[in-house]
Ligand binder design. Structure first.
Ligand SMILES: [Mn+2]
Length: 362
């Protein structure tokens, strides 16, 4: 299917705002809109993936549907928003139920709960589908009619990516599914703003750090804004702000905040491991940490055992960095997780370790 292109009138907008990959995190979305002071003088583009994986998928969907009634809001479809296809077309029966049993945080499970339908492996699937299609016809129709691209004089918006600038000849699925757009896309003459691929997965752009901040590639003219909200424990929601021909960002997460009670020296030459480039070779397994080689770069590093996992006899690692965060007394940090006497924290979107003894207790 050809991608649907929307070309809204932005003449009155003082700023263009863009947020991607909300994934049912309604409170964070509302918080971020408040933080940037979203108002009638802005134009807001929502880049899709409103639902699935998060805590409030149906409420988020309905909130976005309500927002999109405004003249100054345009919502695009992400790959997670095509769930209506699976409910409508009978050929997906088997997969649909398996998906619902596996993905507990699905809008479809919330919809069933709303109708008092218990989702079970031995249920009458066709009956469940008919019930959903009837009760949630308005939601499914809204999702089905979402455009895939927003075309503005200075910026192009899409959920995952576009193959080239011929916007009327883009494949809808590619727009929603483009893999690692920043790495695999050509250069464009206008900036293309995309979500879908958490920026933390683009380690080549961050000098060995793990960063959830948006990435601007000035050569390719691509802005990648998915902060990994919901899908990564350390994720955040990013908002692009385009005003007076300049790009800036605001971001927000729902991690607890603390303050450093003293300084900490930063570490040199950090090594980070993230999804897609996380295959390891084990050198020596230790009681708490194991010496490993990161296959894709050949770098050696010691990784706490709880970050390691095996799949089909191959050793992998969950997102990990050995970066020691440089801190001054009074610096604010977000707490991701505690490992013994070390705490994984985030500051300005970047992940690193700090000494637990340097944290305020609150
Ligand atoms: Mn997506």
């Amino acid at each position: 299917m050809n991608a649907k292109v929307a070309a809204p009138d932005l003449a009155k907008a003082k700023r263009i705002l863009a947020i991607s990959d909300i994934h049912g995190n309604l409170e964070l979305m509302k918080g971020l809109l408040k933080k940037v002071g979203f108002s009638e003088s802005d134009f807001l583009v929502l880049l899709g993936d409103y639902i699935e994986k998060g805590p409030e998928n149906l409420a988020t969907l309905r909130y976005v549907m309500e927002l999109s009634k405004r003249q100054n809001v345009c919502a695009l479809s992400g790959n997670c928003d095509t769930i209506w296809e699976d409910v409508r077309y009978e050929k997906y029966h088997e997969n649909l139920l398996r998906y619902m049993l596996w993905r507990k945080e699905s809008v479809l499970n919330e919809m069933c709960a709303g109708l008092g339908i218990e989702v079970r492996g031995d249920m009458d699937k066709a009956q469940m589908q008919r019930a959903l299609l009837t009760a949630y016809a308005v939601e499914f129709e809204w999702l089905e009619n979402l455009p895939h691209i927003v075309d503005t004089p200075e910026l192009i918006f899409v959920h995952a990516g576009i193959a080239d600038e011929d916007l009327n000849a883009q494949d809808a699925n590619e727009c929603m599914m483009f893999k690692a757009f920043l790495e695999n896309a050509p250069a464009f003459s206008r900036y293309v703003v995309a979500g879908h691929w958490p920026t933390v997965n683009y380690t080549s752009y961050a000098n060995g750090l793990l960063s959830h901040m948006p990435i601007i590639d000035k050569e390719k003219r691509i802005v990648s804004i998915d902060g990994g909200n919901v899908v990564k424990r350390s994720g955040q929601l990013n908002c692009l702000i385009y005003a007076d021909k300049a790009l800036s960002f605001a971001c927000m997460d729902d991690l607890p905040c603390r303050t450093a009670t003293g300084p900490q020296e930063g570490g040199e030459g950090p090594v980070s491991v993230t999804w897609m480039h996380n295959e390891l070779e084990l050198l020596q397994r230790g009681e708490l940490e194991s010496a490993c080689v990161l296959k894709h770069t050949g770098q050696r590093l010691s990784i706490p055992n709880e970050f390691l996992f095996e799949k089909d006899g191959v050793l992998f690692c969950h997102d990990y960095t050995n970066y020691v965060m440089p801190l001054r007394e009074g610096d604010a940090v977000s707490i991701v997780e505690t490992h013994g006497e070390r705490v994984l924290v985030k500051r300005n979107g970047v992940l690193g370790w700090m000494d637990k003894a340097l944290l305020t207790v609150n």
